[in-house]
Design a binder for this molecule. Structure first.
Ligand code: G6P
Length: 610
């Protein structure tokens, strides 16, 4: 989820690409950089931190070149420092590359290039592209041929822009999986990862599709396929305003992030599943299988939404890996003389990697000799740096204060870790393969749930005047009930409570009357029949039931006032699907009530104080 912008034309490129970067800063901002062609040389400037840091480093006198590319980074590989910031150059410093996406076979390519004498400066996957293009350029007729040749060798996703001293007024851009467009001006052209970067200058754009390369010069542009055969493309006129474009056409970041979940879940899984072996591989766990086998107990610590995914993780770990697991609020754990030692694995879950209580809890665990792991979204964040090892979520930047896509990616990452730990212990290869296959199907199933959005929007209309809503679930879906209630509270300011469905009769049942909507998370899983009995109890007291059910399950047709269907999956993965309608429900209710969905009152995205 990085931002890319490039310019070629008569004007000063540096000023224009910096302006574009500022517009893209919402996509990520842990480092930024630009490369300009000036007097037949490539000039590169980079800085860790926000774009303002890069601007300050450049000072008032910007480089004079007329062709340039720039990048604002949201790290996926390598810490967010100046060396890892884009653009990346080849050994000779004659070409520069910016990249959004993940090159999955970067490790193997890097080793091969190293053997052939290439010297790498950064830890990024992107740098392999610069060296691959460098190797091919002398033997090919043009920059675009060398770029196409390099792209034929890489697996994974990319949106890239490349400049080279060999063709000083050309930008070559290509796309597979990461958005990219060419924006057409008069005597000047741009490339950008989204239109907001260039809208101040032109509204005519050509959106690249996967497998396409653009050759962009001041007076013209060409679109080719990966075999460099030219293609016809239509020019689109962009009528949206800038703010809408930053949100990908959605009214709020929260909705954009909910809708992105097929992709964010796919990114959490990418390159990690080993179907044949029925297990997973991680790049940064930093704990050997032998050490993992010595773990006798797991403590998972987190805050807020991340704490809910920790609860799901506890159920997974105990069921599949048979390791005793406890979940602790980080704010409690840090002050209560917890029992942890070197045989305890303490896992911190955090979207931001900066939550003060989670950080303090992990430091405390470390001080007491425990091994620590982080399930973190923001690469290079404080927790990510301090833990012994970790699993990055790769969900992309989450801007909406109410966490959505980070939550589903956390559940997926917990399932991956459980699979790893389970396969080292009692879980058979056949069971492992089942989980791997179910995980691989998840992105597609999440897309199916999202098609229910219009139905959920209509349902929201009936709930906007509710003063209390109860969310009930059992087993893996009890934490989903907590999360559904939290989402509603956070953004709509309606009081909501999540409860284990069977516990309802020990208290909340007293609240139920015909004014009280009760949301049941009731997919067909191991506790389905029990949940149906709990629904009967609510109906007997006049409650209004909204049920999340498995596709084709007609058992609740008569009992539930409203049903929302989700596809079938393994029990442990149902939360990834069942939470999505609850996110949408909270969202649409809050919008109808006129609330500030992306920045709810009193809340902060990342709580860096106690
Ligand atoms: C804040 C946010 C929540 C988030 C929690 C934990 O309260 O508003 O959405 O779940 O912090 O944040 P973390 O970054 O550690 O996951």
């Amino acid at each position: 989820m990085c931002g890319i912008v490039g310019y070629t034309g008569p004007r000063q490129a540096a000023a224009l690409v910096l302006e574009g970067l500022r517009r893209l800063e919402y996509r990520g901002y842990d480092s930024a950089g630009l490369a300009l062609i000036e007097d037949g040389r490539i000039e590169v400037h980079k800085a860790a931190g926000k774009i303002s840091v890069l601007e300050k480093a450049l000072g008032a006198k910007l480089p004079a070149g007329h062709t340039g590319i720039a990048h604002t980074r949201w790290a996926t590989h390598g810490a967010p420092n100046t060396v890892n910031a884009h653009p990346h150059t080849d050994c000779g410093g004659t070409l520069a590359v910016v990249h959004n996406g993940i090159i999955e076979n970067a490790g193997a390519l890097r080793t091969a290039l190293g053997k052939r004498g290439h010297v790498f400066r950064s830890e990024t996957d992107t740098e392999v592209l610069a060296h691959l293009i460098e190797e091919l350029l002398p033997g090919t007729g043009s920059l675009v041929e060398a770029v196409a040749g390099a792209l034929h060798q890489v697996d994974g996703t990319y949106g890239i822009a490349v400049v080279s001293t060999r063709e000083p007024d050309t930008i070559v851009a290509a796309r597979r999986g990461s958005p990219l467009l060419v924006a057409i001006g008069s005597g000047e052209n741009f490339v950008a990862s989204d239109a907001s970067a260039v809208l101040a200058h032109t509204r005519s754009v050509v959106y690249l599709d996967d497998g396409e390369i653009a050759v962009v010069r001041p007076q013209d542009y060409r679109i080719l396929d990966l075999d460099t055969v030219e293609k016809e493309k239509t020019v689109t006129r962009v009528d949206w305003d800038l703010a809408t474009i930053e949100r990908g056409g959605h009214a709020h970041f929260m909705l954009k992030e909910i809708m992105e979940q097929p992709e964010s879940v796919r990114n959490t899984l990418r390159g990690r599943l080993l179907e044949e072996e029925g297990t997973v591989r991680f790049g940064g766990l930093n704990i050997s299988d032998e050490e993992l086998l010595k773990v006798q107990r797991i403590v998972i610590t987190a805050c807020g939404t991340s704490w809910h995914s920790a609860l799901i993780g506890e159920y997974m770990m105990e069921e599949l890996a048979r390791i005793p697991t406890e979940v602790e609020y980080a704010s409690e754990f840090r002050y209560r003389n917890p029992i942890v030692d070197e045989r305890t694995l303490v896992i911190g879950i955090s979207q931001s990697g900066e939550t003060a209580d989670t950080l303090a809890a992990l430091r405390e665990a470390k001080r007491r000799g425990a091994r620590t792991l982080g399930l973190i979204n923001v690469v290079g964040s404080t927790i990510a740096r301090e833990v012994d090892g970790g699993i990055y979520l790769h969900a992309g930047p989450e801007i909406g204060v109410a966490s959505t896509k980070a939550f589903t990616s956390q559940i997926v990452a917990m399932a991956l870790l459980t699979l790893k730990m389970g396969r080292l212990r009692a879980l058979s290869i056949l069971q492992g393969r089942d989980v791997v296959r179910a995980l691989a199907k998840l992105p597609e199933l999440v897309s199916r749930v999202l098609t229910k959005a219009p139905l959920i929007e209509q349902l929201a209309d009936r709930l906007i005047r509710a003063q209390n809503v109860l969310y009930l679930g059992r087993g893996y879906n009890f934490p989903v009930a907590l999360e559904g209630a939290l989402k509603l509270k956070e953004i709509s300011y309606i009081h909501a409570e999540g409860y284990p469905a069977a516990e309802m009769k020990h208290g909340p049942i007293a609240l139920i009357d015909d004014l009280m909507p009760v949301v049941f998370i009731a997919p067909k899983d191991g506790v389905h029949q029990k949940v149906v009995s709990n629904i009967e109890e609510v109906k007997a007291r006049g409650g209004r039931v909204i049920a999340i059910v498995t596709e084709g399950d007609t058992a609740l047709d008569k009992l539930a006032d409203h049903r929302i269907e989700i596809p079938e999956t393994l029990d442990l993965l149902t939360p990834v699907l069942s939470v999505v309608p609850l996110q949408l429900l909270a969202y649409y209710i809050a919008v109808r009530r006129g609330c500030n969905v992306d920045q709810p009152r009193n809340l902060a995205k990342s709580v860096t104080v106690e």
